[in-house]
Write a protein that binds this ligand. Structure first.
Ligand code: SAM
Ligand code: SF4
Length: 390
């Protein structure tokens, strides 16, 4: 029996608007359109109230929120009034743990940089800046509207304002020289005392402009062996700068792992509000294991469905099998692995496929933690596919 009482709870808020749409991005992000601040506050509030009811209904016991995460889109463009209202309501309804981590994703434009102090005043204590690339040519290729100097100024200002600063970078794209990348990364890390870094290898996502270009033969992709070289070299450099890699794409100084994302990978409880956001709770009700709440994706639809009272597009109930697949798919992303007690059906660990991967020293179980061996992390997607489809 999986007990809920020791589980953590965090809150994710989705803000779906951006100044422009980047050609690689398939997140639920839309170019800014006119909106009414009061209506958004009302709808977010209705969702928080409804989730409070759902926590009671499913007997989810928890000790305050340990993390809040404003993601997007570009939440640094969110009116402060909305951020402030969400944080006040969430604090009243659920309470905040003493060391609650309250993160917000920011783009490095000068307008957003000027907002950092105000964001801190309303309670944000961790900022994640989408620098994306460290040179102007690559920023142009990625369709970004800021320069590397804008990004550096935003990082400087963030480091003065917050004690916990993270940066997102995209790398390993066709034509990028490994030596250029490693030099840029080293110079950047030497100059900036960051707490956290997310390094994403460029992926070509369906429905993006890059995908259209790729289909037309206008865009090439890097081959997987070369991408693995980028990954290995980056890992070495980050290790030299005292970053611990704790997830496939995420690195943190000791004690600065992103709490919200960790809750998500470790299959804790989280509430998701805003267009397209989803949340998951472990239920203590009979015959229900986990409940997933999916929000309407389109911002206008979401607003119209939540303005009077909260309505989800779907509520899904997980059975043992879907819960275990999800727990493993998420948990194996972490270098520390996932606790085996979170699985309902342990037979997967005793199965033929699992044993095969274990004998090849690709998967291992130690101290009730199931994990992928470090040097195989780069092949995680195919390992998970093999585990469930053979
Ligand atoms: C929600 S987005 C970022 C928030 C913010 N609006 C920004 O652009 O800086 C989260 C991160 O995902 C990464 N990302 C998005 N699409 C990607 C792709 N196709 N390949 C690799 N990384 C991607 C980017 O690094 C981005 O900062
Ligand atoms: S990468 Fe960020 S700014 Fe660009 S479209 Fe996606 S969410 Fe918006």
């Amino acid at each position: 029996m999986i007990e809920n009482k020791d589980k953590l709870l965090s809150l994710y808020i989705h803000w779906p608007y951006c100044a422009s749409k980047c050609p690689y991005c398939d997140f639920n992000s839309h170019v800014n359109e006119a909106f009414d601040v009061k209506q958004w506050i009302k709808s977010y509030t209705n969702q928080l109230l409804e989730m409070n009811e759902q926590l009671l209904h499913h007997n989810v016991s928890f000790n305050n929120l340990n993390a809040v995460f404003f993601g997007g889109g570009t939440p640094s463009l969110m009116p402060l009034e909305i951020i402030d209202s969400i944080l006040r309501t969430a604090s009243n309804l659920f309470g905040f743990e003493e060391n609650v981590e309250i993160s917000l994703e920011a783009n490095p434009s000068s307008y957003e940089k000027e907002k950092f102090n105000n964001l801190k005043e309303v309670g944000i204590n961790r900022i994640s800046i989408g620098v994306q690339s460290l040179n102007d040519e690559n920023l142009k290729f990625l369709g970004r509207h800021h320069s590397s100097l804008d990004a550096q100024l935003a990082v400087d200002h963030a480091m003065k304002t917050f004690n916990n600063v993270s940066v997102d970078l995209i790398y390993a794209f066709y034509g990028q020289k490994l030596l250029h990348w490693t030099n840029e990364l080293e110079v950047f890390l030497r100059k900036n005392d960051l707490q956290h870094l997310s390094l994403y290898q460029l992926t070509i996502e369906n429905g993006t402009r890059f995908h259209t270009d790729y289909k037309k033969g206008l865009l090439n992709v890097i081959d997987t062996d070369h991408a693995a070289d980028f990954y290995e070299k980056s890992n070495e450099i980050l290790n030299d700068y005292n970053f611990l890699k704790y997830e496939v794409s995420n690195y943190a100084k000791n004690g600065f792992e992103c709490k919200h994302n960790k809750n998500y990978w470790k299959s804790e409880n989280w509430i998701g509000i805003g267009p397209g956001a989803y949340g998951r709770l472990w239920s203590s009700k009979q015959n229900i294991k986990r409940v997933e709440y999916q929000n309407y994706k389109n911002p206008k639809t979401w607003l119209s469905k939540n303005i009077h009272k909260s309505e989800f597009e779907n509520i899904n109930f997980f059975n043992d099998e879907t819960s275990d697949i999800d727990t493993l798919t998420m948990g194996l992303r972490l270098y520390e692995g996932i606790e085996t007690f979170k699985l309902f059906d342990k037979s997967i660990i005793e199965g033929h496929t699992f044993k095969k991967l274990q004998n090849k020293k690709i998967l291992k179980v130690k101290n009730d933690m199931l994990k992928v061996e470090e040097n195989y992390m780069i092949k995680l997607d195919s390992i998970i596919d093999f585990l469930f489809n053979h």
